[in-house]
Design a protein around this ligand. Structure first.
Ligand code: ZN
Length: 66
């Protein structure tokens, strides 16, 4: 589980300390993955993408507050 978080990038490690939001974080990421510019399935806001080196992270600014 921890190895998977490391794989996903440094920003995820901070989220990992919040055990309550952990499952929700991964669930949301799966819902927005590779859908940049498309409407969020939950709220309809455009999906945003951040590139961290070779890795891209997709998220909804409304549903996924950091
Ligand atoms: Zn959303």
């Amino acid at each position: 589980m921890l190895a998977k978080a490391v794989e996903k990038g440094g920003s995820t490690l901070r989220d990992f300390s919040n055990a309550q939001g952990e499952s929700g974080y991964f669930q949301l990421e799966a819902m927005v993955y590779d859908r940049q510019g498309e409407p969020c399935r939950v709220c309809g806001s455009p999906i945003r993408m951040i590139r961290q080196g070779a890795r891209a992270t997709y998220f909804c600014t409304v549903c996924q507050k950091s």
